[in-house]
Design a protein around this ligand. Structure first.
Ligand SMILES: Cc1ncc(COP(=O)(O)O)c(C=O)c1O
Length: 330
């Protein structure tokens, strides 16, 4: 599972059913944080940054299984220049771009096979697996479109595995994103691993894509009415972009978030610590929103919102069960 959305060990504990094994992170700060909390078998699923080779080496030498990801020959050269102590191997995933268009070597390019062969053939380095992230499911709407992308990505990876097999290389295979793993296709069972992360919270974006329903979304930002602005027909709230992020910009009829229980309100603008709510139609009835009124916002993208807060309050059925403390940085 990808724990990059979460940054705290209690939740990653839930996601791994207490095993504290088999996690994916996107920053080294997360990798160190989880390693310090007893997690192992960690994939740092981010095209290897050269300034962080030494820290990656330290984690590789400390943990049972720390794995890095690369998509360029230069990165392989960097690993070659820093052999691990006592003959330990660098565990390397090759990042394949199967249409997502972010990082990765394009699956159809001869370069992809040549890089895989180079990794497998390098002393001190092991080709652990092929990693594709189908982030292009985020531009889908509905199960059919999600599954078409999931199928396409899976087929690309499985075909690539066949090419590897033909040259005598076997290793793991994986794809993953919350939309694809929420509606998996049969062929995904042929992969060694999948790596969703956002599903643990879900969010408005996922409900619009069709990964989940709005009732499945488990994260809220609570905010208070701190001002009435009748001249503009607006309410001022103590939630700006530093509390919920600008991720929802222009994507929702209700503005940057959904205001739970108030479908008639729109979070229309924000500065760093202030937000402005206005009615979608008609005029505000200020008697419904006295100063101090608590409102609950459902974020557009919980990963972005999660990054904004130093502590999480965990509720179940109206009861506070505890707090979770995230990690930060790179
Ligand atoms: C490389 C990688 N793997 C897995 C994930 C998890 O995907 P999702 O956020 O759709 O659950 C991400 C998220 O961005 C990612 O970048």
């Amino acid at each position: 599972v990808c724990v990059c959305v979460l940054h705290f060990s209690e939740c990653a504990d839930l996601m791994t059913a207490g095993s504290r094994r088999c996690i994916v992170v996107s920053t080294l700060a997360e990798a160190c944080f989880y390693a310090d909390h007893g997690f192992d078998d960690i994939i740092y699923a981010y095209s290897l940054p050269f300034d962080k080779i030494e820290r990656c080496a330290a984690l590789s030498e400390k943990l049972d299984l720390f794995q890095v990801l690369l998509d360029h020959h230069d990165a392989l050269q960097q690993l070659k220049r820093r052999p691990l102590k006592d003959g330990q191997l660098w565990h390397v995933w090759l990042k394949l771009d199967c249409g997502n268009g972010r990082a990765g070597v394009l699956h159809s390019e001869p370069e992809a096979l040549s890089l895989a062969r180079a990794i497998a053939g390098t002393e001190g380095v092991e080709l652990t697996g092929i990693y594709a992230h189908c982030g292009n499911t985020y531009s889908c709407t509905g199960v059919e479109q999600i599954q078409a992308v999931a199928q396409d990505t899976t087929s690309c990876v499985l075909q690539f595995m066949e090419k590897l097999k033909a040259v005598g290389i076997t290793c793991k295979s994986s794809i993953g994103s919350t939309p694809s793993c929420s509606h998996p296709v049969q062929d995904m069972s042929k992969l060694s691993e999948v790596h969703p992360g956002n599903y643990i919270f879900y969010d408005v974006q996922q409900s619009m894509i069709g990964s989940c329903s709005l009732e499945d979304v488990a994260v809220r930002v609570l905010t208070r009415v701190i001002g009435h602005c009748p001249q503009k027909d607006q309410l001022l709230i103590d939630c700006g972009w530093s509390a919920i992020s600008l991720d929802g910009a222009g994507k929702l009829p209700t503005g940057y978030a959904i205001i739970e229980g108030h479908p008639d309100l729109k979070l229309s603008s924000m500065t760093q610590e202030h937000g402005r709510l206005e009615p979608i139609s008609g005029h505000l009835d200020y008697s419904k929103y006295p100063l101090g009124t608590l409102l609950s916002l459902i974020p557009h993208h919980s990963c972005a919102t999660a990054m904004m807060h130093p502590v999480y309050h965990v509720h179940s059925k109206g009861r506070l069960l505890g707090t979770w403390n995230p990690t930060r940085g790179w």
